[in-house]
Design a protein around this ligand. Structure first.
Ligand code: GLU
Length: 386
């Protein structure tokens, strides 16, 4: 489907301004049933070396640890968590060895950065990770990021490297997230079911309908599938970052994806009103620990007047959150309208729900900034279907 001229122009503008790229490579691109495919690793390393030679900052997010480990251990796909973690422990060093070999001829030193979502949920660790990545770049080393699969338990898993790559893109202040996968892009309908389905060249906004076109299926080797790529593109878009989704096994695809004159894969436009990075971190960097059910007056004040959430607007809360944790704000119909950092622990909030800020102060013997439950500076409005 050919995009309209104004959309093409926006894409061209964005591509012309690209300086800082996160390249995410899926297991399906790097490996096959026999393990890592050195020719694929070498091809991508060559393309990345070219981009760096053009002066672009690159951060690589690489899957493939589990796929590589499986081939070494001779095991088959397993959903058993300890077995996956053990497999990742074996595979991660193979993966890094493969990247090191592939980048060496280009004179590029690589660095391994393993993250779990706890690392990005704490503001101090988030800033520290940002600092380390910036320092690696300053020293000329290429960061190769993966999820710390061997220690990540369910609650602290990103789930898939698509999600991780969107967070890393925000972390390093990228202007483009380039996702290399084993399909040609997003199609109007699932091309495996309908071979006549056409590729979508540019997506202006990932909404519920876009997500429906994706289906749920993950590839044979990775964990993501198209849906998680669309969610990653949406997260990136919210931070003002464009996403390009291209086939990582096609020769020259990376170069074409960055060339506005070419038509490769699917390009996702960023949102014009990007969330500040701290707000993006609030919305996407952390798992919510609870829900605040709000009345309609509070919902309107937050949504339309940019107000803080006060105790009087909270009907009740659910979950075991502490002060400073991320919570979801739900309207009277139960749908999410925002996320934020809550100023009270769950037990205290229960005591003051529905009370005025003044009463809340008296009941608890202390008050937060402006008496807010979630201060407007700590609050971000969300689409609600994360
Ligand atoms: N971190 C996993 C690995 O390296 C991949 C997760 C994913 O497929 O998204 O094997």
């Amino acid at each position: 489907m050919k995009p309209a001229a104004d959309v093409r122009a926006r894409r061209a503008d964005l591509l012309a301004g690209v300086r800082n790229v996160v390249v995410k490579v899926g297991s399906g691109v790097l490996a096959d049933a026999g393990g890592l495919d050195p020719s694929s690793v070498a091809r991508i390393a060559g393309a990345i070396a070219l981009l760096r030679a053009q002066g672009l900052r690159i951060t690589l997010v690489s899957s493939g640890a589990i796929a590589a480990g499986r081939a070494v251990l001779g095991t088959s796909a397993s959903s058993d968590i300890p077995e996956r973690q053990a497999t990742a422990a074996v595979g991660q060093i193979r993966l890094m060895a493969a990247w090191e070999r592939a980048f060496a001829p280009h004179g590029i030193t690589i660095a391994q950065v393993l993250l779990d979502s706890d690392d990005l949920a704490s503001r101090a660790r988030y800033l520290n990770a940002e600092h380390t990545l910036a320092t690696l770049d300053r020293l000329g080393a290429l960061a190769v990021v993966n999820e710390n699969d061997t220690v990540a338990v369910d609650e602290i898993k990103f789930g898939d490297n698509d999600t991780l790559s969107a967070l890393v893109a925000n972390l390093v202040g990228a202007d483009l997230l380039l996702i290399l996968t084993d399909v040609d892009g997003l199609f109007e309908r699932d091309p495996r079911l309908d071979p006549a389905a056409r590729r979508v060249a540019v997506v202006e906004r990932v909404d519920g309908r876009t997500l429906e076109t994706a289906g749920d299926g993950a590839g044979a080797l990775g964990t993501g599938g198209m849906r998680s790529k669309l969610l990653a593109a949406r997260r990136a878009a919210a931070a003002g970052i464009a996403t390009a989704l291209v086939h990582g096994r096609h020769d020259g695809a990376i170069g074409r994806a960055l060339d506005a004159a070419q038509d490769e894969g699917t390009f996702f436009l960023p949102r014009a009103n990007r969330l500040a990075r701290r707000k993006h971190w609030i919305a996407f960097g952390r798992s919510p620990r609870g829900d605040l059910h709000c009345d309609s007056g509070a919902r309107n004040a937050v949504l339309t007047e940019g107000r803080s959430l006060l105790p009087s607007g909270v009907l009740r809360s659910e979950g075991r959150f502490g002060e400073g944790d991320c919570v979801r704000l739900l309207g009277p119909d139960g749908s999410e309208f925002g996320r934020g950092l809550v100023a009270y622990a769950a037990a205290d909030l229960t005591r003051i729900a529905g009370r005025s800020s003044h009463e809340a102060h008296e009941i608890l013997g202390y008050a937060t900034m402006g008496g807010a439950v979630v201060h407007r500076d700590d609050l971000v409005l969300t689409d609600g279907d994360e």
